[in-house]
Each structure stands twice: as structure tokens, then as C-alpha cells.
Design a binder for this molecule. Structure first.
Ligand code: ADP
Length: 248
């Protein structure tokens, strides 16, 4: 296993489904504190890559090193989660019958502490962190609203807040702006930029206005491998990227 200062390091990762290579010798390096956007056409391998990082899919070959030590390919999903990798899926799953505040408190206290939450007041530290997270996700005014009453955008921001409350070393975020309005998309970019001040993030997204608003390094996946890497302007000027996206 290679020694590296990277937070996350994928090398030579290949995943085959029935002989078809969804990932083909993929390499990726995420520095501590970084936020990286992963883009690529449908079928490029973005979801499979996230599944490999979280242990949902085991690669045929290659290594996945996290935090300088753990080779994730040897671990199951539950063990990987305890190392500090948190994932938010595309579809938001907040507790609809609980308020924004209680959703965040449950995430802060850990789901095992449900009983304590219902029977005891939050600690001072929990209350302080709760206020910080409400500010980061811009949902202070909605803190007493039930999950069920939130807009699609607000549910996504709340779920980002719930992930933040668990304080993972790396946050994986799957297509956060799918189905959002332009204004919600811009707000989501601002929320994630704020999250990135304290947390490392890998975000998969199709929406180019969102990726532009994030303003971070971009990795373009194509046919299971990295096609290009750099700023959005750099990769957009790459003729191979233009060909993949526009078929020219
Ligand atoms: P993306 O997220 O970039 O759209 P995916 O990682 O979902 O791409 O898929 C990459 C390729 O692998 C696609 O061609 C897809 O059909 C295939 N694939 C993904 N998961 C499976 C699976 N469980 N069984 C068979 N093929 C799969």
C-alpha cells in the first residue's frame, strides 16, 4: 500500500459488471481540505466510483487509501462509515415528522441517542453546533418547521447539515442540485463552499452552472477513467472533453 498525504487516493481501480468495465484503471487523489467536483456523461462511472469509496461495490483490482492508512478495498461498508466517510444520496431523506432542529440534533447525537433526545435537553455544545450548522445551511428561519413542510431545496440543505453534524472527514455528495431551481442551485453552491471551509468534499454533479458556482477543481470521468482534470474553464477547453459532451 502506497504511503500518501492525500485524504483519499484511488489507484488502478477497475470494476467489471458482466465483463463490462464500469471503472477502468481509475485513479483519483483528493487532498485534505479539498472540495472536488466529479463530472462526466451518463454511464461515465461516477456512481460506481462513489460506491467503491463507500464499500458498496468492491473493485476487481486497485487500491483505495483513505486518510493515509486504511485500504478501503479490504473493508465492508459499515467499517468504512466509521472511518469518517459520509455520503449524501441524490434523493433527500430527512425525518418528515420532526422539525429541522430535531433532524439536526438526531444527527448530532447519533441515531442511537434517539431516546436521550426525546427525554433530555440538548447539551450546551450540541446547541452551539446546532446554531452553527443552521447558519451554514441558511435554515435558521425554518428551524421549527417539520421536515414534511420543507421545499425540495430546503430538504437537500437540511440533509447536508445532517451529514455535517456527523462530522465526517470526507463528505461524498451525489447530485445535490437535481430538480432545483436556479436560485436554489446557487444557494447550494454557497452552502457547500461554506461546508468546505471545515470539511473535505467530493461532489458528483451534472449541472454546469452549479459546478461553475462551486469554483473548484474538476475531474471529468469518461468510460470509467479520468479524461481530464483542472478548473472548469481548463477542462471545458479540452477537445477530448468537448467531444465526449457534444459528440464532435
Ligand atoms: P454514472 O453515475 O456516471 O452515470 P454509473 O457508475 O452509474 O455511471 O455506471 C457506469 C456504467 O456501469 C454504466 O454503463 C452502467 O450501466 C454500468 N453499471 C453500473 N452499475 C451496474 C450494475 N450493478 N450492473 C451492471 N452494470 C452496471
Amino acid at each position: 500500500m502506497r504511503s500518501t498525504s492525500a485524504l483519499l487516493y484511488l489507484s488502478g481501480v477497475t470494476v467489471s459488471f458482466d465483463g463490462f468495465k464500469a471503472l477502468n484503471n481509475l485513479s483519483l487523489l483528493i487532498e485534505p481540505g479539498e472540495m472536488r467536483a466529479i463530472i462526466g456523461p451518463n454511464g461515465a462511472g461516477k456512481t460506481t466510483m462513489m460506491d467503491v469509496i463507500t464499500g458498496k461495490t468492491r473493485p476487481d483490482t486497485g487500491e483505495v487509501v483513505f486518510d493515509g492508512q486504511a485500504d478501503l478495498t479490504k473493508l465492508d461498508e459499515a467499517s468504512i462509515a466509521t472511518l469518517g466517510i459520509g455520503r449524501k444520496f441524490q434523493k433527500p431523506t430527512v425525518f418528515e415528522n420532526h422539525t429541522v432542529r430535531d433532524n439536526l440534533l438526531l444527527a448530532l447525537a447519533g441515531m442511537r441517542s434517539w431516546y436521550r433526545l426525546l427525554t433530555a435537553a440538548p447539551t450546551k455544545a450540541e446547541n452551539e453546533r446546532l446554531e452553527e450548522i443552521l447558519s451554514i445551511i441558511r435554515m435558521g428561519p425554518q428551524q421549527h418547521m417539520l421536515g414534511a413542510r420543507l421545499s425540495h431545496g430546503q430538504k437537500q440543505w437540511l440533509e447536508i447539515g445532517m451529514l455535517l453534524a456527523q462530522n465526517p472527514k470526507l463528505m461524498l455528495v451525489d447530485e445535490p442540485v437535481a430538480g432545483m431551481t436556479d436560485v436554489e442551485t446557487e444557494t447550494t453552491a454557497q452552502v457547500l463552499r461554506e461546508v468546505n471551509k471545515s470539511h473535505s468534499v467530493v461532489v458528483v454533479e451534472h449541472d454546469m452552472s452549479f459546478v461553475r458556482a462551486l469554483g473548484v477543481k474538476v475531474t471529468v470521468l469518461h468510460e470509467g477513467s479520468t479524461l481530464a482534470e483542472g478548473s472548469l474553464d481548463q477542462v471545458s477547453a479540452d477537445p477530448r472533453v468537448v467531444e465526449v459532451y457534444l459528440g464532435r
